[in-house]
Design a protein around this ligand. Structure first.
Ligand code: CNA
Length: 238
């Protein structure tokens, strides 16, 4: 077994205060493309770049185009949690892992059985009216046609944080609390390019920060252990 993975396995075995912080790379092995890999959404052809379509001003101006992108690119059918999601859920059930903090909007950690999931960027499995805030099931937003509308006439929107919108402060403070008090912090499947989420790992104060990511990140030098391998494969060994 690889020595980096051995070390991570030891850290996990010895701790009951592990926190996981992840991103889109956690779900690529479930078949959901990330943003920045070669086959990620940023490298696929679309009329506008994803940062533009996924922005609050674009959504307000052009909800038709937003929903075309949403249904074609964000909603992926029949996806299942992979080995990383499942092992994280097991570690929580064993009383070893305190929280999963995720930038993902796909709900796969909960599908795997994780209970304490902090969704920094919301979820495409929830929707609400952008005018009166009435909650709606995600079904029509994710699978219908055209722009879904509320009884009040407002546009129904996904419960995700669009670019230009602030993150939920309660979720951010809670994430910060878990990271600050973690013994082992595992960061995985994230390019650590999207702020303010990426900056959270600077609040870690321990000496066991493991970074599991296929490609290099700006924080590789900040970590105590760096593993450049597929996260599902790593979690199947720890
Ligand atoms: P990103 O910027 O696309 O980075 C993903 C990182 O994961 C890259 O550095 C890859 O090298 C790495 N990676 C890809 N596959 C694996 C793997 N199997 N094992 C290990 N590493 C891997 O995504 P971030 O999450 O950092 O960026 C934040 C954005 C992306 C958030 O706002 C998300 O909401 C958004 N996003 C979410 C999803 C989802 O919910 N599944 C999908 C696509 C984008």
């Amino acid at each position: 077994m690889d020595s980096g993975i051995d070390r991570l396995k030891e850290w996990i075995a010895e701790s009951n205060n592990i926190v996981f912080f992840g991103g889109a790379g956690v779900s690529t092995e479930s078949g959901i493309p990330d943003f920045r890999s070669v086959d990620g959404l940023y490298n696929q052809k679309w009329k506008y770049p994803p940062e533009t379509i996924l922005s609050a001003s674009f959504f307000a101006r052009n909800p038709e185009e937003y929903y075309r992108f949403h249904r074609e690119k964000l909603v992926i059918e029949n996806v299942q949690p992979n080995r990383a999601h499942k092992r994280l859920a097991e570690l929580e059930a064993e009383g070893k892992l305190r929280a999963v903090i995720t930038q993902n909007i796909d709900g796969l950690h909960q599908a795997a059985g994780s209970k304490n999931v902090l969704e920094l960027h919301g979820s495409i499995l929830r929707a609400y009216c952008s005018r009166c805030r009435k909650p709606y099931p995600a079904e029509r937003m994710n699978h219908g046609e055209g722009v879904p509308r509320c009884d009040c006439g407002g546009v129904i929107r996904p419960d995700i944080v669009l670019y230009e919108e602030p993150l939920d402060q309660d979720i951010m403070s809670s994430a910060l609390h878990y990271i600050r008090h973690a013994d082992v912090l595992i960061v995985g499947g994230t390019s650590l390019n999207v702020y303010p989420a990426a900056g959270l790992i600077r609040y870690y104060r321990g000496t066991k920060l493991a970074l599991v990511n296929l490609s290099e990140t700006p924080y590789d030098g900040f970590a105590d252990l760096v593993i450049h391998e597929k996260i599902g494969e790593v979690f199947s060994q720890v």
